[in-house]
Ligand binder design. Structure first.
Ligand SMILES: Cc1cc2nc3c(=O)[nH]c(=O)nc-3n(C[C@H](O)[C@H](O)[C@H](O)COP(=O)(O)O)c2cc1C
Length: 396
């Protein structure tokens, strides 16, 4: 059941006057930065090492230019599409984002509700604050669940069973994180588990009273999917120590086969960036893949996602549905990825900025901004439907 405040927020979502000066995702980003402690803002905003890939994701998208077409009847513009066979209001998905509930209290529930109200899928991260069961009990429709395979395979099997019991409608298996890229900012900010309490951090928290009050009101605490489900890891320190030992460098395609055998529903492989990995992916029994470099948070120096996309599209043909993420901050960016062969796009930071800025209504606003930009871009490029978008809209 939705509480009264959230109902009101959702009714207002993205369309009320208090957000009328918010016109683009960057406005939400600046508001997010102002509202949320630096350690959590930087955790979302920054990338690994020298951030070359983080920057490339944005730079390479912006280099792609459209053909401006005129005097085409674009009065029947329709952004609706199908994602994994299900109807969606636009070709957009909220990506899995760890610790979403630290950007805004109960953030996963707010983001999922906003996505469902706006008619697009939401993906809950393994590393969420709200647990699968908690989100399922507080939203109206099924959502997707993202899985990291950890060393404790008994726990992973139980987690998959929990996702089945919660009626999750797709499993997104993330395959680009068996070794963890370092984000310098997180270390400098003491964004460690357990957290480091420095004077500057306490001062920063003291200047974000609304965020602190929200967190104190919220009843969810870190890593809802893990806490209470593992022996001897009830407190955050023990949980952190457990997570630190759990990333599995032995991961390989046999593990994907195992997941395929225990998950009966739709499967998405997230984190494919190289054409040589496409053949195995196509044989894995997964329905879709996400061309992704984890938003520039893993292999620094890897190509931008948009640079990798065309070759992967060519190699996969119609064997799998292709999703895309990395650097999407506008409807123009969605159009660019669709023009190069993606069927839909995931956004990570774009909606997290909305959440950090305004909670659920901020997520709705982020989706609304991207929807309006995509619709206008389609109109100015002379197309009416998502199916019509291909490389003929590009000036290349
Ligand atoms: C703060 C943050 C946390 C993330 N956590 C996860 C995660 O738990 N699982 C996952 O598969 N991807 C995770 N990602 C990657 C996103 O799912 C997505 O690939 C990325 O954000 C796309 O790039 P964008 O932020 O430029 O849209 C995370 C990204 C961010 C920004």
């Amino acid at each position: 059941m939705l509480d009264e405040q959230t109902k009101l927020q959702i009714q207002e979502g993205g369309r009320s006057t208090f957000m009328k000066h918010i016109t683009c995702i960057e406005d939400l980003r600046l508001r997010h930065k102002r509202n949320v402690p630096k350690a959590f803002f930087d955790y979302a905003d920054r990338g690994s090492y020298a951030e070359e890939t983080l920057r490339a994701n944005r730079d390479e998208l912006q280099k792609i230019k459209f053909r401006q077409r005129i005097l085409v009847d674009v009065s029947r513009r329709d952004l609706s599409t199908r994602i994994l066979g299900e109807p969606a209001a636009l070709p957009l998905i909220l990506a899995p984002v760890g610790l979403t509930g630290m950007q805004y209290s109960d953030g996963e529930i707010h983001a999922c509700r906003a996505a469902q109200t706006e008619g697009i899928p939401y993906t809950l991260s393994t590393m969420s604050i709200c647990s699968i069961e908690d989100v399922a009990a507080n939203v109206d429709k099924p959502f997707w669940f993202q899985l990291y395979i950890m060393k404790d395979r008994g726990f992973i099997k139980a987690l998959v069973e929990r996702a089945i019991a919660a009626k999750c409608s797709a499993l997104v298996l993330t395959v680009d994180l068996q070794v963890i890229g370092q984000r310098h900012a997180d270390i400098k900010n003491g964004m460690t588990v357990p957290p480091e309490w420095t004077i500057s951090k306490l001062f920063d928290f003291a200047t974000k009273p609304a965020w602190v009050a929200g967190m104190l009101r919220g009843k969810r605490r870190p890593f809802g999917n893990l806490a209470g489900h593992l022996k001897g890891t009830d407190d955050i320190t023990a949980l952190g120590a457990w997570i630190g030992t759990q990333f599995d460098t032995t991961l390989n395609w046999k593990d994907v086969e195992w997941i395929r055998s225990i998950w009966p529903g739709k499967l998405v492989l997230k984190g494919i960036l190289d054409v040589e990995d496409v053949n195995e992916a196509a044989k894995s029994g997964a329905q879709a893949l996400v061309v992704s470099n984890h938003g520039g948070r893993q292999l620094d120096g890897a190509p931008s996602s948009i640079e990798a996309l065309p070759e992967i599209v060519d190699a996969i043909g119609d064997k799998m549905e292709i999703m895309f993420d990395g650097g999407i901050r506008s409807g123009q960016d969605v159009m660019r990825a669709l023009a190069l062969g993606a069927k839909s796009c995931m956004i990570g930071r774009a909606y997290i900025h909305g959440l950090g800025a305004f909670g659920g209504p901020g997520v709705a606003k982020a989706i609304d901004i991207i929807r309006n930009e995509l619709s206008t871009t389609m109109g100015l490029c002379g197309v009416n439907t998502i199916a019509e978008i291909d490389d003929h809209v590009l000036a290349i």
